[in-house]
Design a protein around this ligand. Structure first.
Ligand code: CA
Length: 249
């Protein structure tokens, strides 16, 4: 199979800066979004550093016959290298202390009909297959833990004051271990990487409706950002879309 892609990022309506970053390097099979946080403009330093460190830490090129497990190990090492780079920068520049970022990476393996995901924080990967939307990543948030334990309903979680508290980020003091997973891919699959500026304001039902329209990926990306903007876009919004197609005969 082969992949087409589109991406878009927007400052949103209320933030003065865009602290999200994205990486789209199709020839290397590297797609990522990062959502930075920290005062004194350090959030955008953290997210940009994360995607740059990721891009330089993953071997270029990755051997084409590498299995999913080996690709996962490379992605894990690259995410940990990005963490180290952010920690070093924050230690060197006092104004950037405390900066951090999410990082969600997807690497399609087109010859194996699989994709590898490395993920830390609350940026997400969704897949649309046969008209159904599925979230492939699990947020590293306090709220997700409460949902898993049945302590909160999804409606309570959405309006909870701690809804944005992250348990794992790059650059933080705690564990920076990413979740690594492999998913199978099929012709027709649509994959979305996004920051919480989209997923916190556009719910799964609306996301499913938007993503099942037969439209060019650029149009879909613009519609996703527009959906966040019409809902007030309190945060930066970033989307990366990929779609799997059959190889030409
Ligand atoms: Ca955000």
């Amino acid at each position: 199979m082969r992949w087409t892609y589109a991406s878009l990022t927007d400052r949103g309506s209320r933030r003065r800066r865009n602290e999200d970053a994205l990486l789209v390097v199709p020839e290397r099979g590297l797609f990522a979004v990062a959502d930075g946080m920290g005062g004194h403009a350090a959030g955008d330093v953290a997210s940009r550093l994360a995607v740059a460190a990721l891009a330089s830490a993953v071997p270029d090129p990755l051997p084409p016959d590498l299995g999913a497990e080996a690709v996962g190990q490379h992605l894990r090492a690259a995410v940990l290298a990005a963490h180290e780079a952010i920690v070093a920068e924050a230690e060197a520049i006092p104004a950037q202390r405390g900066m951090g970022t999410t990082l969600t990476v997807l690497s399609p393996l087109p010859h194996q009909a699989r994709a590898v995901i490395a993920h830390i924080g609350d940026s997400r990967v969704y897949r649309v297959r046969d008209g159904a939307l599925e979230q492939l990543t699990r947020d590293h948030t306090w709220i997700q833990g409460q949902l898993d334990a049945g302590m909160l309903t999804p409606a309570q979680a959405r309006s909870h004051p701690w809804s944005s508290v992250l348990l794992r980020v790059l650059g933080g003091e705690g564990d920076a271990e990413p979740d690594i997973c492999t998913v199978d891919t099929r012709v027709g699959d649509l994959l979305l990487l996004c920051t919480d500026g989209l997923s916190s304001v556009v719910d799964g039902v609306d996301l499913g409706v938007l993503l099942t329209q037969a439209l060019p990926l650029e149009t879909l990306a613009a519609q996703l950002v527009e959906a966040a903007l019409v809902r007030g876009a309190p945060d930066n919004v970033t989307v990366v879309l990929l779609q799997a197609h059959p190889l030409p005969l």
